[in-house]
Design a protein around this ligand. Structure first.
Ligand code: CUV
Ligand code: SF4
Length: 636
């Protein structure tokens, strides 16, 4: 057969994991190269050495492909597969920690500027001030202005401190703290740990995979209990602690409005979205939108920025990571405003085919084909208005014949910060985890599982949904963050009515308080809320003395970003076992993988696992919960 003819043969449409995106892409046809089409072109098998973690390119004698157990296939320098895998893993942990922490640092700077009167924001959540002050080692009993300033400085120190201990880890259970001290993994300062891990993984430095993985634990802890926790807590202080709120997720006519200027906010730092939300209701801006024939300016979120404003303001989420292209391809977005992280370069390519402006706002993240309007919290409203004006100017260019907004959006109830759970599940005891613990002890709730992390164009999105359904059917309460949360929202699992899918005893508990079976706790940095919730469960009593005693488990079934690996590592180092899938970046070294999966279990009381299908995830997670129940003597 003539090869050219084979090439010419029209390919079947690429497989699209997401129903809403599929509908939109279908109409797009071959007009533009979408991410699923790129997946298709590249084929289903990514580079094997890269995938399994045994491709080393940290020096110019390589890159070397290394094969475990074959002496002559070590790296040129003699590096073993375990070393190469650990180094690559370490660089992922450092990358992920740097992302969350650079975000956290920015929040700390915004807070600093705010308490010095330099931004239009103010400290909204005064109730939380004392708690956070104490966690940072700041004396809460002082005059408010002095307290705020001292807290701002203490927050910045979490990043640039060189010696000693990051104070926030003191929030952990006593036993865990002792363990961290004994193991020497209590992080000194975020920046120091990230730099040191990068140093240790260059050529010719740390060549003991165990030692590298312990450094990974230390750096990851600096993220979870440091950078990410600062991001969460100070965002709460500035923009309010999320409480239960009704909203909508997924592309639909109430999310992307036919009669309004639509602006999608995509990325991670809520300060930009908060400023846009304030500016969008400014009478001046509304007036300008009316002049071009729109009713006003409508905001919709994408990725974690979406989760932030969903949790605090009930602003709808148009989509998770998987839907960033689809949102534009509705033809009804005037602008996509981005800051940092998880913004695919292909977004600019899709936007080029529509009237949509891609607006970058952060000096760290520019993109070819985008307009750059730098956002500065000190001039937050001016910047936000300038951005919205850019969007308003595009509205007359919207081609109505190309607008197609599938009406797929779904009701959700979100806002389950640790404090919300405290009040909602607290029942008659008020603000206590006691009823939750009791329901776990008496077996009405089997245990708690977290489904977190990304969605991924190479994975079937149904994994999240099937897994969540199976867990709640087995009376496991599910917590969720990140893009997983958005996916579970699309499937209707964030509605209180979804309690009917839960097992009888879980259902009874949920219906008594009107809670959905899956609790949306926020963005990826808000995984730090899960650390606090877990600690609270330990301190409340009856479920052991450490996080590793809890009948609890985490997972990231569609992980994609390095950030997910860092999150997994800090969960494990904090005592919570995690299951990742559909693959894992160390699998080509049995030696290294054994350390993460088994040795860490002995050291930290928790380990990594890998699974592929929803059923495998559920089996591992439910088994784990049952084993912990047995150890606690509360199995029936
Ligand atoms: Ni930070 S990291 S795809 S947005 S969860 Fe979404 Fe969440 Fe992963 Fe990115
Ligand atoms: Fe190869 Fe060693 Fe250089 Fe890595 S550090 S690229 S294994 S020679």
């Amino acid at each position: 057969m003539d090869t050219r003819a084979r090439f010419k043969k029209k390919k079947a449409a690429p497989k699209v994991q997401n129903e809403t995106a599929r509908v939109i892409y279908e109409r797009l046809g071959d007009e533009v190269l979408t991410t699923p089409a790129r997946v298709e072109r590249r084929g289903t098998t990514p580079c094997l050495f890269g995938k399994g973690g045994t491709c080393c390119r940290v020096c110019n004698m390589g890159p070397c492909q290394v094969v475990e157990g074959v002496e002559e296939l070590r790296g040129v320098c003699g590096a073993s597969a375990a070393t190469v895998v650990a180094r690559n893993f370490g660089r992922m942990v450092a990358g992920g920690a740097s992302a969350h922490s650079d975000h956290g640092r920015q929040v700390a700077i915004d807070f600093y500027e705010t308490v010095h009167g330099e931004t239009p924001f103010e400290v909204k959540d005064k109730r939380k001030l004392r708690v956070v002050a104490q966690a940072l080692g700041v004396n809460p009993d002082q005059e408010e202005q002095a307290l705020l300033q001292e807290m701002a400085e203490a927050a910045l120190r979490v990043f640039n401190q060189q010696e000693g201990e990051i104070p926030l880890l003191n929030r952990a259970p006593e036993k865990r703290k002792q363990l961290w001290r004994e193991l020497g993994v209590w992080p000194r300062g975020v920046d120091r740990e990230v730099v040191e891990l990068l140093h240790r993984t260059t050529i010719g430095v740390d060549q003991d995979h165990r030692n590298i993985f312990m450094a990974c634990a230390r750096t990851a802890l600096a993220d979870g209990w440091g950078g990410s926790m600062i991001a969460t807590e100070f965002q709460d202080l500035l923009f309010g602690n999320p409480g239960p709120i009704k909203a909508r997720v997924n592309i639909g006519l109430s999310v992307i409005r036919e009669d309004m200027v639509n602006v999608a906010v995509h990325g991670h730092e809520p300060v930009l979205a908060e400023a846009l939300a304030i500016a969008a209701s400014d009478p001046e801006i509304v007036e300008e939108a009316k002049k071009v024939g729109a009713k006003g300016v409508n905001l919709a979120g994408i990725c974690c920025t979406g989760n932030e404003v969903l949790m605090r303001r009930g602003i709808p989420v148009a989509g998770s990571f998987l839907q960033q292209e689809a949102a534009i391809a509705t033809g009804a977005l005037e602008a996509v405003v981005v800051d940092v992280q998880c913004i695919m370069q292909n977004v600019a390519e899709i936007a080029r085919h529509f009237h949509t402006a891609v607006i970058t706002t952060n000096p760290r993240a520019r993109m070819e084909g985008a307009i750059h309007i730098e956002f500065d919290a000190r001039k937050a409203l001016e910047c936000a208005k300038q951005i919205l004006r850019e969007a308003i100017a595009r509205f007359p260019k919207r081609d109505k014949s190309r607008v197609d907004i599938p009406d797929h959006s779904v009701d959700v109830v979100v806002g389950f910060s640790h404090e919300t759970i405290l009040y909602m599940l607290g029942g008659r005891f008020r603000a206590s985890y006691k009823p939750l613990n009791e329901n776990i002890i008496n077996g009405k709730i089997l245990g708690v599982a977290a489904i977190v992390g990304c969605d991924n164009f190479r994975v079937d999105e149904e994994v999240h949904v099937e897994l969540a359904k199976e867990l709640i059917a087995n009376n496991v309460l599910v917590l969720t963050t990140g893009c997983a949360a958005t996916g579970l929202g699309r499937a209707g699992l964030l509605r209180p009515e979804a309690a009917e899918l839960a097992g009888d005893s879980l259902r009874e508990v949920l219906e008594a308080v009107g809670c959905p079976p899956v609790l949306h706790m926020g963005s990826c940095v808000d995984n730090s809320r899960i650390l606090i919730a877990a600690t609270e469960m330990v301190n409340t009593g009856g479920l052991g003395e450490d996080i590793s005693d809890l009948p609890a488990v985490g997972c990231a079934p569609q992980w994609m970003s390095e950030k997910a690996i860092t999150i997994g590592q800090y969960f494990v180092a904090s005592g919570a076992t995690v299951v990742f899938g559909p693959d894992f970046p160390t699998l080509k070294s049995q030696v290294a993988t054994d350390f993460l999966f088994h040795e860490m279990e002995r050291i930290f009381g928790a380990g990594w696992r890998v699974a592929r299908k929803a059923g495998e995830f559920a089996a591992i997670m439910i088994d784990h919960i049952q084993a912990k129940r047995k150890a606690l003597g509360i199995d029936k």
